[in-house]
Design a protein around this ligand. Structure first.
Ligand code: ADP
Ligand code: MG
Length: 452
């Protein structure tokens, strides 16, 4: 085996200077353990890219005269991240004071708001004007205008972004404000846990003593009677105290199935604002905003090309921009329409098929040599339990499927079983790099099934 330093020189020669700077230089050699080389990448993004594109090259570069290729595990650096551009020795770097997170940022982080989902980064157009105005007015004076504000629209139109912006703006002004933001699914889970632990008093305290309660994706309440009841009381308490309630959903209150009449009625008390798919101009502005946020220079005509040819779904556009950014930084080339066309080939024209839970199950069964029936069965032997848990975990991570839906597709299991499986695998892969590598390999084969 060769030293990391030696390998770096080889890699610079084989990959070229710019790819070397983009992908190899940011890595840090962490350790050589049990025959494995551990490398630390500054961000998950680097690790994924590296594993998908350069792992073999790196392995070759580390293979010495003995010809034995070492196993390589790329980890995402924990804790203090090193600066990608930084070439200063670590000792020098430590002397420099770190920028202090200001109080508003701390508050936003504790409230689990998504960083960057701010009003500043939100492009306003005809498709979202009303919802944006409502959100701004809440941020200015929560609880004093419309209550609740109910924002609905299909997926990817910016609902989550907009309601996070409310939280960020309030914390900017008063970091000690009590803003609770969570998905409806998280609300359901917290309720289940509180019921099980008989800690309903705390649950009530947490949700009924706030200035602003933001619940994302309330369509998730459909058919959940116990949660609806609790939500109803939370709603009433807050509303009576003139505390602000903000809800989002992919449907209007009327269209949410199996929703108690009294809740539906309350959801309609205040302002109902819709967000439509953005028009061309708004989409274009969003593309440029996202590109700037990712630090890529995309010329206007390329942005227009993306806006027209990829999708009107902002989430998909964002994926395309990221892909473009990576490809461009690799080749250090100018981003032209031809380049974008080539780089985004797989995303263009093709009828894309969504990955499904069946895809996950098929890949898992193939890998572990099980039949679908065994995977879904009630058998509790280790050789079935672990693959089943991994499959549930991947269905959750890759597809964002809800716990009940996953449970149903795995032989009608209870959602708490799925929650348990996901947390077991999450915990285990954290201290088992081999398991993590397997899971990541599986995740890749599942994603590449798309379009089959
Ligand atoms: P939803 O919750 O409606 O499914 P999100 O809020 O998650 O959608 O938005 C998906 C992505 O699109 C996010 O990255 C978000 O920042 C971006 N986005 C959507 N609308 C806008 C907008 N008007 N301006 C800037 N970014 C937007
Ligand atoms: Mg959302």
């Amino acid at each position: 085996m060769r030293s990391w330093q030696h390998a770096q020189e080889t890699l610079r020669a084989t990959l070229g200077d710019s790819a070397y700077k983009a992908w190899i230089k940011p890595l840090r050699f962490a350790a050589f353990e049990n025959g494995k080389i551990l490398l630390d990448a500054p961000k998950k993004f680097y690790r994924d890219w590296l594993e998908n594109n350069h792992l073999e090259t790196v392995r070759k570069a580390l293979t010495g005269d003995s010809g034995v290729a070492p196993e390589i595990v790329v980890r995402v650096a924990q804790g203090e991240l090193f600066d990608e551009e930084d070439t200063e020795p670590a000792a020098e770097r430590r002397k420099r004071p770190k920028r202090r997170e200001d109080a508003a940022e701390v508050a936003a982080r504790l409230a689990k708001l998504v960083p960057g989902y701010t009003f500043e980064n939100f492009i306003v157009g005809p498709s979202n004007q009303l919802a944006h105005a409502a959100a701004m007015s809440i941020a200015r004076s929560p609880g004093s205008t419309y209550n609740p504000v109910f924002i609905y629209g299909s997926t990817g139109v910016g609902k989550t972004h907009l309601v996070n912006a409310i939280g960020h703006a309030i914390f900017q002004r008063s970091p000690s404000a009590k803003v609770v933001y969570l998905s409806c699914e998280a609300f359901v889970n917290e309720l289940i846990i509180s019921l099980r632990h008989k800690s309903m008093d705390e649950f009530k305290k947490r949700f009924r003593k706030v200035d602003v309660l933001i619940v994302d994706d309330v369509q998730f309440l459909a058919g959940r009677e116990r949660t609806q009841e609790e939500f109803f009381h939370t709603f009433n308490t807050l509303h009576a105290a003139r505390r602000q309630i903000v809800l989002t959903s992919d449907k209007t209150p009327k269209d949410i199935p199996d929703l108690e009449e009294r809740l539906r009625n309350r959801f309609e008390w205040g302002l109902i604002a819709d967000i439509q798919a953005p028009d061309k101009e708004t989409t274009l502005a969003i593309v440029q905003q996202k590109a700037a946020a990712l630090g890529v220079a995309i010329p206007p005509h390329v942005a227009a090309f993306l806006a027209e040819n990829i999708s009107s779904n902002v989430r998909e556009l964002e994926g395309a921009i990221k892909r473009l950014a990576m490809k461009a930084s690799l080749g250090k080339v100018e981003v032209t329409v031809e380049f974008a066309e080539a780089a985004l080939e797989p995303l263009l024209h093709k009828e894309r098929k969504q990955t499904t839970i069946e895809d996950v199950q098929t890949v898992i069964c193939e890998h572990f040599g099980l039949t679908l029936t065994q995977l879904k069965s009630k058998r509790r032997t280790q050789n079935v339990v672990v693959p089943r848990q991994i499959a549930m975990f991947l269905a959750r991570e890759l597809l964002g499927a809800s716990f009940p839906v996953i449970g149903e597709q795995f032989g009608g299991r209870d959602h708490s079983t799925v929650i348990h499986a996901c947390s077991v695998i999450k915990a285990r892969q954290d201290d088992d790099p081999a398991l993590r590598a397997t899971i990541e390999r599986l995740a890749r084969s599942i994603s590449t099934r798309r379009g089959h």
